[in-house]
Design a binder for this molecule. Structure first.
Ligand code: SF4
Ligand code: SF4
Length: 69
């Protein structure tokens, strides 16, 4: 399964990835990136690797890493 990988310092905290994640696997954490924005944390147990978060992110802060299966 593919997994989202976040370049946290590109995130601008828009929340689109969180809004569109079909399994609610994303939520903002409690830490800010180097621009002062809160960034999402992935619950990998809930993530189904659909890639929606990577498609909707306007900052291209999310890459999908190829998984083994
Ligand atoms: S890959 Fe899909 S399921 Fe996983 S965090 Fe992104 S939108 Fe949610
Ligand atoms: S869609 Fe991109 S910029 Fe917006 S909160 Fe998610 S990672 Fe950050």
């Amino acid at each position: 399964m593919n997994k989202p990988s976040y370049v946290i310092n590109l995130c601008k905290s828009c929340g689109l990835c969180i809004h569109f994640c079909p399994t609610k696997a994303l939520q903002f954490g409690e830490e800010r990136n180097n621009k002062g924005h809160y960034y999402p944390i992935v619950d990998y147990a809930a993530c189904v690797g659909c890639g929606t978060c990577a498609v909707v992110c306007p900052e291209a802060a999310i890459d999908m890493l190829k998984g083994e299966e």
